[in-house]
Ligand binder design. Structure first.
Ligand SMILES: [Fe+2]
Length: 326
């Protein structure tokens, strides 16, 4: 991936320049802001993101001598609590969703996608997702994050939490263990949360964008509706019919019942269903198989028809059907 290559190049340049950890060049907050912005606008993190009901999910995606990069997912209601980042400077940017940043004596900042926040060492804040949708953020620290201290708000002062300093490289695992201990566990997600999580991983297309992609690129429109629905609603000329129950088996390049076109993971599959709900889950199922370009159509067939795009009336076969048994 372009960003991975970029980061690898940058890391190797830094390694050559630094000749070892002790001489590593530290990044300024402004440089870190550029790094997170660049990374967020790439596809380098999308297929790695997971969401967890019991606490924020995070993963260190890059660990170089002078800085590291993390991706964090936040379900509604999840927050960090007040903390600092030890001696590290840092920056973060919201990739999708909305977050809030809280600091004593300062107005709450609402953080929208695309505008990074940057800070120097010993900066303390509490970052929260108070919205109704999941959020994903990209963070970078220089030197790489090796310590965090947690605080409680006592009146308007931050006071260190008893025994809440974290050191060492295992911070990533320890965070997660701490959060699990502190919060009551809930192992289930509602369908709204599952759907929001799926859509956070997709760059969904409007009907016009899907039409354009199918007409002008190698993208394939895939109709996953059951036959009973197609018979009532009609269809899209040229769309490939692969019903939902066999979708993964038809598109996994390693499957013995794959379609002839499903030879690699770069295939650009644009899934649609009736109204654009099931299709989001189906598209992420394809992404889980490695088809990283899979996405779906906003509003599904209904929105396509409402946009005035070409359709075929019910009963007139125009689609390419595939076997519906596994
Ligand atoms: Fe932070």
């Amino acid at each position: 991936m372009a960003t991975d290559k970029h980061l690898a190049r940058e890391a190797s340049t830094t390694l050559i320049a630094a000749k070892g950890l002790s001489d590593a060049v530290l990044r300024t907050p402004e440089e870190l802001a550029n790094i997170v912005s660049l990374f967020a606008s790439s596809d380098g993190w999308m297929d790695k993101v997971r969401l967890r009901a019991e606490g924020r999910w995070y993963e260190r995606l890059y660990h170089g001598p002078d800085y590291d990069i993390w991706v964090i997912s936040w379900l509604p209601g999840q927050s960090t609590g007040f903390h600092d980042h030890g001696a590290s400077s840092g920056a973060f940017v919201v990739a999708t969703g909305i977050l809030e940043e809280h600091r004593p004596f300062e107005r709450t900042r609402v953080i929208y996608p695309g505008k990074p926040r940057a800070f120097g060492p010993d900066y303390a804040h509490d970052v929260r997702n108070v919205s109704l949708a999941p959020a994903i953020s990209i963070h970078a620290y220089s030197p790489p994050l090796s310590e965090m201290n947690e605080y409680e708000l006592d009146g308007s002062q931050l006071v260190p939490r008893e025994g809440a300093s974290e050191k060492a490289e295992t911070l990533d695992q320890e965070w997660s263990v701490q959060r699990q201990r502190r919060k009551p566990r809930t192992d289930t997600l509602s369908i709204e949360q599952v759907l929001s999580a799926a859509r956070a991983r997709l760059r969904r297309l409007s009907p016009d964008e899907a039409y354009e992609a199918a007409e002008t690129t190698e993208a394939i429109l895939v109709d996953i509706r059951p036959e009973s629905q197609r018979a009532i609603e009609g269809s899209i000329a040229g769309a490939l019919v692969v019903e939902r129950n066999v979708l993964e088996w038809r598109f996994d390049p390693a499957s013995s019942t794959r379609l002839p076109i499903a030879t690699d993971h770069d295939l650009r599959v644009i899934v649609f269903c009736s109204e654009g709900y099931t299709s989001s889950l189906a598209a992420t199922a394809l992404q889980d198989l490695g088809l990283w370009r899979a996405t779906d159509v906003l509003g599904g067939f209904h929105a396509w028809r409402a946009s005035g795009l070409p359709t075929v009336p019910p009963g007139k076969a125009s689609t390419i059907n595939t076997a519906t048994h596994r």
